[in-house]
Design a protein around this ligand. Structure first.
Ligand code: ADP
Length: 309
């Protein structure tokens, strides 16, 4: 369905994309994550044909986006970072115009009405798009992206500007669209990406650092490194040496008057932490709390983006 091969985008001497390759098929949601400036929007703009790459290729349904843009874009929907709304049109007029641009002739009115209903835009359909709140702007942008039932749907930060309820609704909508489409979305909400996406691509400085499923992330990290947050009540004696002697690395340490909080990582078995706790208690330290860090994607993200700095 989608093949992205060796994309490079240069801005002057800066490489916004550095040899990015991946594939996707219908029924999948692919999550693009990475720090600001990583190259996510650049990749999405190239895939949808809004930007030309310096080199590399994109093929959608067998059509090359550069040599066959009309065919390639026919079944594509795109929600850019800033939805391209015409501020002097009402929501209804804008969606009608978007449908016209996408070549929808038959039943256009029905199509617009159905997308208005799907995105719960009834209340604002006669308002000018320029007067909409951020949440409604985002939903109107989403409506134009899905109006042609695209087989490839690209969403640049679809949750941006939405409140928690709207985010849940947006996620349900995305899930309802995936059965016969390939969806690619970018987001900073790692937990949501982890739960929503079938495949995750981590990009930094234009390079693909990791690609895998949520379960591959969990499996990969469990065998390598585990992290926990440990809070001890502070009795004036440092616990550092006990921690280090027992094979733990101290990622961070925050001291307050009566307590000290450690972020620790270790490799190997989970029982190692029980051993550490009993050693600490033996030495007279008292435990305030212990939390295992279970967001594996967050761990991976922090680890990989830190290492490649
Ligand atoms: P992300 O979406 O991951 O935040 P972008 O794709 O927007 O990242 O940007 C990737 C890099 O390309 C950044 O370093 C950014 O400054 C640079 N960049 C993006 N657009 C332009 C442009 N039009 N001119 C010059 N540099 C750009």
């Amino acid at each position: 369905m989608l093949t992205v091969s060796n994309l490079v985008k240069l801005y002057g001497n800066e490489k916004a994309l550095d040899n990015l390759s991946f594939t996707g098929k219908s029924g999948e949601i692919i999550g693009l994550i990475g720090p600001n400036g990583a190259g996510k929007s650049t990749a999405m703009n190239i895939i949808t044909g809004y930007l030309a790459p310096t080199s590399g290729e994109v093929e959608i349904n067998g059509f090359n986006i550069q040599t066959n843009p009309i065919e390639a874009r026919k079944s594509t929907g795109f929600l850019p970072e800033t939805p391209p709304l015409y501020t002097k049109m009402t929501v209804y007029e804008y969606l009608n115009f978007a449908a016209e641009l996408k070549g929808i002739k038959k039943d256009r009115n029905k199509c617009v009405k159905s997308v208005i209903e799907r995105l719960s835009l009834e209340e604002v359909q006669n308002k000018l798009t320029g007067t909409l709140s951020k949440g409604y702007r985002q939903r109107t942008g989403m409506a134009q992206a899905i109006i042609n039932n695209p087989r490839l749907l690209i969403l640049d930060e679809p949750a941006s500007g939405l409140d928690p309820r709207q985010i849940t609704e947006m996620n349900s909508l995305i899930l309802s669209l995936k059965s016969d489409s390939l969806i690619i979305l970018s987001s900073h909400q790692l937990k949501e990406v982890y739960n929503l996406c079938d495949k995750i691509l981590l990009i930094n400085k234009g390079k693909l650092l990791f690609s895998g499923t949520s379960s591959e992330i969990s499996a990969g990290l469990k065998n390598k490194e585990t992290a926990m947050e440990l809070v001890l009540s502070y009795n004036g004696v440092s616990a550092d040496s006990v921690i280090l002697e027992n094979g733990f690395a101290i990622t961070s340490k925050t001291e307050k008057t009566d307590r000290v909080k450690y972020l620790l990582t270790w490799t190997g078995k989970s029982e190692k932490k029980d051993l550490l706790i009993s050693k600490l208690l033996e030495k007279g330290f008292s435990l305030v709390s212990l939390k295992l860090r279970d967001n594996n994607l967050e761990e991976l993200y922090l680890k990989l983006t830190e290492e490649k700095k």
